[in-house]
Every structure is written in structure tokens, then in C-alpha cells.
Design a protein around this ligand. Sequence first.
Ligand code: AKG
Ligand code: FE2
Length: 268
Amino acid sequence: MELSSKQIEQFNKDGYIIFPELFTSDEIEIFKNEVDRVSKIRSEMVVREGEDEAVKIMFQLHEENVETASPPFRTAARSPRILRTAQQCLGDEELYLHHSKLNMKSAIEGSAWPWHQDFHSWHLDGIKQPDMVTVTVVLTEASPINGCMYVLPGSHKQGRSSPRWDDSTAYKLWVAKTPDMKEYMKKFPAPVPITGGAGTTAIFHCNLLHASGHNLSSEDRWQIFFCFNKCSNRPVDVESPRPEYVRSTNWRPLQIGPNLITIDQRKL
Ligand SMILES: O=C(O)CCC(=O)C(=O)O
Ligand SMILES: [Fe+2]
């Protein structure tokens, strides 16, 4: 898959592009079976919460030789639809994955992610330049009622705003300060929801402000995130680095692989 120069221009201007139902229903079926399989694994990379131990996040599905390794998600991360899109938006062919994670926002209980820029945490990981993008694929239909993501168009352009640490939600992360956020909402076009059928995919810049709401629906919302960095922008050493599954040190450039996700790749 090759983006047109118009699409790259749109990415540079708005900070994101949405591709409706980029993965087929057969591919989504394979992904969902993988989600069921991996979510049963007991590992620090499978984060559970609450009394019923519902899985909240699963990490590192794209890697080899880890407990959560998933050949279909590994193939997806290297597919032209994902890797080539990231390469084109970053204007660099040598990329690696800083991490991947699958957020399972559970029915009724799955809570909001406040407005934030991802690059805050990644800068603290030792990454100097905001030359990173995330490709996210919705694995279940995404809608406002099930807590779909929203992006604030063009907000990546203002650079990094000074964040505040927020531990009031289940996620605990650096978020945009409320007075700043009110200003940004006046300054930039209205937030855009990333909605659509399963397989809908979006790419967004690491400084783009984004958020998502509570899941008020009766179905879980599953969404995977592949966070790419330029190999030339790999992190410098930091004191007490976060674990490998969120701050990868596998800095070898990813090679483009097959485009289609097929059942055979389960055994790869
Ligand atoms: O799952 C979501 O809705 C948002 C997740 C997110 O922004 C993040 O993991 O940084
Ligand atoms: Fe985020």
C-alpha cells in the first residue's frame, strides 16, 4: 500500500489519517481468535484488573520469543498496510517498534483515557525527537458509546505542552492540563472520532492530542496500537528504564513482509 502525496500532506497538516475497514472480516476473525488465546496467558505483559481479573492491556504481540508472541499480529505490524504507511508518514524506511499494545476496554466498566500526547512518556524513555507514529486497528466496531478514540486535528503542530501526572483513571499517565486543553479546543478544529467497522485503521503523530471515553456499551472494545520510531531516534540510556515490553531495545529495522493475514500465520 502506497499513500498518495495528498494523503501524506493530510497527515502532516492534521496529524492523522483514517482508513475505513482496512483489514477484512476474515483477517479480523484471525485477530480475534488471537486475542482470545493470548488473553488466557498469565504474564506481566497481560495486565488484568478488578475482582474478575478482566484483561485490560496486552503487550508485545508483535515480537518473537515472548510469552505474548502472536504470529498474525507480528505479520500485521510488518504488512505494507501498516509498516509502509508508517514509513511514508515518517519519511524513513528504517523503523522499529517501541512497543505494541492491545487495549481491551471492557463492556460497561472500561474507563476513559484523558486527553494526552503519547510522546511525553516516550521522551521520558530517552527518545529525543518526536519522530514517531502510532498505527491503530480497531478490532471491534468503534463508536462513541463504546469509548472510541478522538483526535484533535492539527494539535501535533504545537509541540509538547507541559503535562500533569494523572492517576485518577485506571491507566495512570501524563495528560494535558485542563486549562491548556480548553485553549486547544478553541484553537483547533473540533475533535474527530475514530469510528468505523472492525478493521478500521488510523495512523497518528506522537504529539497529536487524543482521548477516549468510557465504554457504556454491553460489548468489549478491542483496539491494537503499534508505536513506531525511527531507528536513528532510538532512546538514549535513562535511569531505571521501563520494562522491555514498553520500551523495546530491539532496534533492528523492520522489514516489509506479506500483506495478507492468513490462518497459516498462526503457526509461524
Ligand atoms: O485505548 C484508547 O482508547 C486510547 C489509548 C491511548 O491513547 C494510549 O494507549 O496511549
Ligand atoms: Fe495515547
